[in-house]
Structure formats: structure tokens, C-alpha cells
Design a protein around this ligand. Sequence first.
Ligand code: BTN
Length: 330
Amino acid sequence: MLLSDTLKQLLNILADGEFHSGTELAKQLAISRSAIWKQLQALADLGVDLIAITGKGYRLQHPLQLLNQQTVISQLAPLTQTLIQQLEIHDVIDSTNRHLLEQARQGASSGTVCVAEHQTAGRGRRGRQWVSPFGHNLYLSILWHYQNGPAAIAGLSLALGVAVVRALKQLGVDEVGLKWPNDIYCQQRKLAGILVEVSGESSGPCHAVIGLGLNFYLSPQQAETIEQAWIDIASVLGENAHQHRNHLLALLLNQLLPVIAEFEAKGLSHFVDEWRSYDCLKGQAASLYIGENRFDGTIIGIDDNGLIQLADPQGQIRTYASGEVSFRPS
Ligand code: BTN
């Protein structure tokens, strides 16, 4: 879904987070005050947090920077420009991952990228919902076709975590780490998550949709339904963080696309040492949940295949291919 030009213009005026009176808005958009009111209502319906104060006007609860295709493209590295096929920016979509899985069935090429301002049905790992309010965070999916089946790209999601950490460090987010298998953590709270959805034959060609959700700014109300401890870029970089939204999207594409394109040839071994250097679980007391089962112990790290190693209370090291890790206060 695309927002009307008038709504976009209104958002661009309000994006600075300052107060704007109804009269000023009506004048700038050359529409009546009652038409402005209707547009503001439409923004509220999208979930945009607005503050209205009599005598002052309207402002966004938090300033934002709308995504802009030209701004992003102008910051793409030459290699990324050769790998990217198309950059779709949607105002509202159900899920960028679902959309690209559908596009793949219809013959879309590797390097098709889909980004949205708002997802109405954002998907997280393990069937969870990914909270995706309008205009503040990044919701990004990339489609790639691989020659060999899902087994050959088993470690891809770990390598993607490395790419995301590299991009965040370039932006100046230093205290960033990886929580197995591919959550991006900062100050022991989740900053971003990766969901790779693969379809195709187990041993033949397959296509992967790589989805990344990254919290730029979440209001406490928007985050109410998030069960895990979370953090956003605004808490790390301060109140002007939103000004880097398009820039971070370009940095992410510059890091992710080469990793996605080269993974089949390079494999996880090319990334495993760097992954280990960002491991924020290593040495921590933690519990690993697999279905109904819980295994307590100390995290040793990951093996060369990207499986997690946990030392049980007797000191015996066991390796697990899947599960959900939760920190335990030591
Ligand atoms: C996780 O649970 O940690 C993974 C979250 C992945 C969310 C992203 S947002 C963009 C893409 N589209 C989706 O529906 N999900 C992924």
C-alpha cells in the first residue's frame, strides 16, 4: 500500500518532531483545516504516535526520517550496486518476507530487496510476531537463489549476523554482539533479529528470503507486547539517531549483499572466527530450551559448523543444533 502524496507531505513536515499548528499545516499543504484533521486521523490509524496540544498544534511523539530510495541508492557501494536487482520501498505491507517469498514464486531475481515503513503482520522466529510500527525501525528482506539445497546454506544466518554487526559498528554502535544463532544484542538486550525462510528441494536449487528487523526507536506502548528484553538505536546513539535511518539501511545492504552472494562459495568457515569475536553468550551461565526441555550450563561458544556448545554443571560439553538460549543470572 502507498500513502497518498498529501499524507507523505504531512509526514515530512511533522518528521522534525516540532509542533506545527493546524493553520500552518493547512497553508503548507494547501488544503482545509478539516482536511488536515482527516489526514492526522489517517496517521493515527497507521499507528503513528501524535501529540496534540491546544494552542500549539501537532507534533510526532518522536521525530523520524522517512525512507528514501534515492538517498539509499546514492550510498550503495559499487559491489552492492552490481548485486542489487531492485529496491522496493513499501509504505505498508503485511510482511516483507512473505512478499518476497511470493515474488520468488513469480520469478523475481536474486538481489530483489523489499523494505517497508510499517508491517501489519511482521514475522519473527518461532512463529512470533515482529512488532513493526510505522516509520521508526528497519524492516528489510532480500531474495537470493542458491544452486544447492537448504543444507548447503545451513550456516548462512550466522554469517548474516556478522554482516549486521559490521554495519552497526560502521554507524558507531560499538557495544554490539551476537546471541546464538543470529540475534543482534546490545547491553544484553535484543536490538535486531534475523529470519531466513528457505523454500525449494532439499538437495536442488532453493531460494532464501533473508529478513532483518532492527529497532531504531520503539515507544513503550509499541513495545508492550515484546516478551524479550529489547533495546533500540535511539537509546544507544541518542535523540538524533533517526537522522541515520537511510544511512544505516545503505550500510546494511553494503554488508549483507556481498555475504549473501558469496556464502555458497565461502561457507561459514570464512565467518566463524569473526562470529566468535562478537559472541555475547560465551562464558555466560545460560539455559537452552529445546521444545519442553531445558538444559542449564555455561556457554562455551560455537563449533566450526555453527552449533552451540554448552558445558553442563558436571563440565561435560554438549553440542546443540537448535534451541532458544536465555541468559541466567550467575
Ligand atoms: C526474530 O524473531 O528475531 C527475527 C525477526 C525478523 C523480522 C524481520 S522484519 C523484516 C522481515 N519481514 C518479516 O516479516 N520478518 C522479517
